[in-house]
Design a protein around this ligand. Structure first.
Ligand code: GRF
Length: 202
């Protein structure tokens, strides 16, 4: 299975996925390409590790649909089976959502549906929750609204800052995302309505 990773930033989740592929935690898959809308650290990691990488500046495209059509060309040329969003800061248009329905995953640093969108850690601290965490979910047309695959909770301490909370949640993301991708690659995720069940019979 060919996995394409879309990112916009430092790429620590890309690294976690790549390590999981290399170590055999994710079996039968490889990261076939990385696409970024920014000259990001994640792209540098991809290049240094021999992963095909593409930098697509949004200003070179007339619309979001045109942008996503170019991504689709790259994905189809590379026969990508699965798209993993890893800190990708653009909303996907119907061009990608329709072409890769049920084949796009994302990791988000909160227990969805709480605190979707930007600044999830800040939102959690301001709300005063005692538990937050991370979620891996299928991607649909909304903002962090797709069916939940796996979640991991993290305690929020009274002296937490955005930095300390992000750091603690990120550690869990690096375990949770490879686990979810591995389940996907093994064909163990079953989606009914918006409920994902994990098959243990195969
Ligand atoms: C992560 O916190 C992820 O949950 C969110 O964006 C951040 C990306 O971090 N969607 P990195 O670029 O993978 O280090």
């Amino acid at each position: 299975m060919n996995i394409a990773v879309l990112l916009s930033g430092r790429g620590s989740n890309l690294q976690a996925l790549h390590r999981a592929v290399e170590s055999g935690e994710i079996q039968g898959a490889s990261i076939s390409c990385v696409i970024s809308d920014k000259e990001a650290a994640g792209l540098v990691y991809a290049r240094e590790n021999g992963i095909k990488s593409f930098y697509l500046p949004p200003k070179d495209f007339a619309s979001r649909q045109d942008y996503d059509r170019r991504i689709l060309e790259i994905l189809e040329a590379g026969k990508a089976d699965l798209i993993c969003l890893a800190g990708y800061m653009r909303l996907l248009s119907d061009v990608l959502i329709d072409a890769y329905e049920g084949k796009i995953l994302n990791v988000h640093p909160s227990l969805l549906p709480a605190f979707p969108g930007l600044d999830a850690h800040k939102q959690a601290l301001e709300y005063g929750v005692k538990l937050s965490g991370c979620t891996v979910h299928f991607v649909d047309g909304g903002l962090d609204t797709g069916p939940v695959i796996l979640q991991q909770s993290v305690t929020v301490y009274s002296d937490d800052t955005v930095e300390t909370l992000s750091e603690r949640i990120l550690k869990e993301e690096h375990k949770l995302y490879p686990k979810a991708v591995s389940l996907y690659v093994e064909g163990k995720l079953q989606l009914k309505g918006r409920t994902v069940t994990i098959r243990d019979d195969i």
